[in-house]
Design a protein around this ligand. Structure first.
Ligand code: N01
Length: 542
């Protein structure tokens, strides 16, 4: 059946594949399904494609994976044609790239925007999924691909009196398309994760006064961003296949020269020199200086101290520096941030830092933020960079019913249970792209999305060719995978001593379990490929 098959002059609602989400994963899934001659449709809640890179359009938003790497690898033509401008691409540039790819592959007519999926139900007799939208439209398909994103449900904090505030409130994760004029305004910012750290310098340079309300300090490494010169671009373009191959052989699917030695194998001088060199070249590669920064307590502590010293060097006011330097959790336990001028921004006269761990926000009033101490911080604008209901948030907001009408949300009441983060036992023919318990957010997300979509496409093809119409994860295999994910996490320091979205601990009441797979992309793909080769070991195919 072809995608353009029509019923009563409208696009067909009965398809081979329904894909939810038009980000990197969903768009590539549409391309692959169409390439296999299947009818497929993408349903997207936003009014444009791009997923994460459509919504998070706040000033300063940038990727922290290098632009030459944070791009699709499946088409050399696209790789050669597109020209990245900076070492780390801005949100508008990445969004433009995604739109360029969609146009180039003629995907637009397969994507339905402004369409929020509210439920997905599996019919055991027909072996089909029925997907319903908020507007009451229904679609049915043999397969359902959830490309709903890892960080796609924004978290609005429960701040008392927020409705009383007389100024304007904006979220970084849904920034107005026309921008926000902060010139001459008193701006407050709550949230100092990656989003908050990126927007801080941009708010500071334009506003009259910026008040940063920090609950937990973060480790951040300078991006050392720069415009790309043509030699660098050429060097990548001429060697893309080899470079992509090297990246795929790394645990995070990214080329960032991982160190081969333990931090304990070098002298203190060599240790410091290596970190200095990584700090100077910038970015996430800093965390790969040694093999054991996130597993060896001593190495982690030395690395944490190095970053704390850097913060104290940059921030001139020792009181501010003490508040900004994380003191009580290991580096890496919260997602490492990559910034441009974040710490230096606190040297500006128009930037105030409020330690809301020491003096918490009591309420918002008409005029601004009221602290427990009684101090009122008057504001015209409040910016919330308060994070996401990560990894499971988007799926748990859809009423997904599998075999016997069982709800996925009920199954996941104590945390996600998946097989390879790709399938959930009892929910046949539903695939998740970069789902919980897959390496996803610990890797180059574009590559991880491609790897999942390739596996899903190849699997559907194999089933079709062998006259099978059902695939499900076996419960026993799923249990073993969940146990493996948790066993690997237990060896790491990264779930220690701090609330982070890695474990759901950023949300009161959410089960506290590690959600991404920490074993790395290479081990993960080896295990997945092995299971597939072993006649879909751990899957039931019928
Ligand atoms: O969200 P976060 P994010 N009162 O959860 C604070 C990716 N990303 O949007 O730490 C006061 O990290 C919260 O405080 P605390 C990247 O993977 C990538 O910044 O809970 N504060 C924290 O400071 C990243 O990790 C890029 O004490 C409250 C902040 O809000 C992920 O997205 C750019 C609060 C939330 O930080 C999420 O980043 C942007 C409250 N009630 C994002 N509630 C790049 O590629 C929350 N906070 C570079």
């Amino acid at each position: 059946m072809s995608e353009t098959a029509k019923t009563n002059g409208e696009l067909a609602h009965s398809l081979d594949v329904i894909i939810v989400g038009a980000g990197f994963g969903g768009l590539y899934a549409l391309h692959r399904m169409r390439g296999m001659g299947l009818s497929a449709r993408v349903l997207e809640q936003g009014d444009d494609i791009g997923g994460t890179w459509f919504w998070n359009r706040y000033p300063g938003a940038r990727c922290d994976v290098e632009s030459m790497q944070y791009s699709y690898s499946f088409s050399d033509e696209i790789a050669q044609e597109w020209e990245w401008k900076e070492l780390y691409a801005t949100q508008p540039e990445i969004h433009a790239y995604i739109k360029f790819v969609a146009d180039k592959l003629k995907l637009r007519d397969g994507i339905q925007l402004n369409t929020k999926v509210t439920s997905a139900k599996f019919d055991e007799k027909t072996r089909r999924w029925t997907v319903t939208t908020e507007a009451g439209e229904t679609f049915d398909a043999r397969y359902c691909i959830m490309a709903t994103g890892c960080l796609s449900v924004p978290l609005a904090p429960d701040i008392p009196g927020l409705k009383e505030f007389g100024g304007e409130v904006f979220m970084t994760s849904d920034w107005p398309k026309d921008g926000v004029n902060v010139a001459g305004k008193r701006v407050g910012l709550i949230g100092t994760g990656s989003s908050g750290i990126q927007i801080t310098p941009r708010l500071a340079e334009k506003s009259a006064q910026l008040h940063v309300f920090q609950r937990t300090p973060n480790y951040s490494i300078p991006a050392q961003n720069r415009p790309l010169d043509s030699n660098y671009i050429d060097m990548w373009k001429k060697n893309y296949p080899e470079r992509r191959k090297i990246a795929r052989a790394a645990r995070n699917n990214t080329m960032n020269s991982p160190g081969q030695r333990s931090g304990t194998e070098v002298t203190p001088e060599q240790f410091k020199a290596e970190l200095e060199s990584r700090w100077a070249s910038g970015g996430i590669g800093f965390m790969y200086a040694f093999t054991d920064i996130t597993t060896n307590r001593k190495v982690n502590e030395m690395t944490s101290n190095f970053v704390r010293d850097k913060i104290r060097e940059i921030v001139k006011d020792p009181k501010k520096a003490a508040i900004l330097a994380p003191s009580n959790y290991p580096i890496g336990a919260k997602r490492i941030c990559v910034d441009t001028d974040y710490f230096d921004t606190f040297n500006r006269e128009n930037v105030a830092l409020h330690d809301i761990k020491a003096d918490p926000i009591k309420t918002m009033s008409k005029d601004g933020v009221v602290l427990e101490s009684g101090e009122t911080v008057p504001l015209d604008i409040l910016v919330l960079a308060t994070g996401f209901d990560a990894m499971t948030g988007a799926l748990n907001r859809i009423d997904i019913r599998g075999v016997g009408g069982k709800a996925m949300k009920e199954k996941w009441v104590d945390g996600p249970r998946t097989y390879f983060g790709l399938m959930v036992s009892g929910f046949p023919n539903m695939f998740i792209v970069a789902g919980p318990q897959s390496p996803s957010v610990f890797t180059n997300m574009v590559t991880s999305c491609e790897q999942h979509v390739d596996w899903i496409s190849d699997t559907v093809k194999t089933l079709d060719e062998s006259g099978k119409s059902l695939i499900d994860a076996e419960e026993k295999a799923e249990d073993a995978w969940v146990a493996h994910v948790s066993e690997i996490a237990d060896r790491s320091l990264i779930i220690e001593g701090v609330n982070s979205w890695y474990t759901g601990a950023n949300i009161p009441g959410k089960p506290r379990v590690i959600t991404p797979y920490l074993g790395g992309a290479v081990l993960y793909m080896d295990k997945l490929n092995q299971a597939t080769k072993n006649d879909f070991e751990g899957f039931r195919v019928d």
